[in-house]
Write a protein that binds this ligand. Sequence first.
Ligand SMILES: Nc1ncnc2c1ncn2[C@@H]1O[C@H](COP(=O)(O)OP(=O)(O)OP(=O)(O)O)[C@@H](O)[C@H]1O
Length: 294
Amino acid sequence: MPTPLPAPPTIETNDLTYTFPNATAGVSHVTLSLPARSRTLLIGANGAGKTTLLRLLAGKRLVPPGSVRVGGADPFADGLEGVTYLGLEWVLNAAVVRADIGVAELLASVGGDAYPERRDELVAVLDVDVNWRMHAVSDGERRRVQLAMGLIRPWTVLLLDEITVDLDVWSRAQFLAFLRRETETRECTVVYATHILDNLAGWPTHLVHMHLGTVKGWGPAEEMLREVDEKPEEEMVGAPGNSKLGELVLRWLRDDLRERGPRSQHKRGPEGWSYTVMGLGGYGFEPKGVQEQK
Ligand SMILES: Nc1ncnc2c1ncn2[C@@H]1O[C@H](COP(=O)(O)OP(=O)(O)OP(=O)(O)O)[C@@H](O)[C@H]1O
């Protein structure tokens, strides 16, 4: 039985290291402390370790005791209620969302009737038509229903691995505003891994910069964005008119690439491993609980 969080939904990692069974380093020596009600963006190049970190925060793998605390508890050992991970395999695995089933019925099956106000708000925010049938909707429409399904129950920690790529610009903006309202009106925390920085100005309270499985820098977004103001205009990486966040991230990833060198020569695991295995991300083959600590 999942247990409620014993304390406000803070997220702490302490020298967290996770190595995959094939000896690829997932994350190394990650120490973070994200306050309750924060909205954190996880930023990093492909393969930087964002998904791995989110999944560890969700308690999907065994890690050394004390290295991950969510609301003061161990998410793997304690199976925490309200810690919600929405990622690619959740989106792709769910056969039901391609079945000939109505949206109203589907939302009811995941708690829609128990939380009618949240259901109605999500239906409005995500511009969902409850009369749709899931075998006859577009990819973006299906994604919107899935997001509504995943968010109906009032979660306390949302770990969101970029699954808004199919949303049109307006829907994504509405969705992000909804998440913001959630953290402002009740005790909940969001960590969001994304490559899409449009319309995110002012959204994150914290930024985490990941590179080759490590956290290169993290802190309150305002402080980290100050770096951009301190740079003379001629040294800007992006075109004038880019958001500050866009400029900061371009600079981070450019420097990361220079530091790392070509993928085929760097010391970590095989390129593209995570998304070639089973076509769903590389996690499918790992038995739950396997942990090899290096
Ligand atoms: N099941 C697995 N077995 C072995 N190595 C893996 C597995 N899944 C991921 N990896 C490796 O771990 C590293 C981190 O992958 P991860 O999926 O966390 O990156 P990411 O930052 O989420 O990337 P992206 O932006 O592409 O989603 C990569 O080098 C990847 O190849």
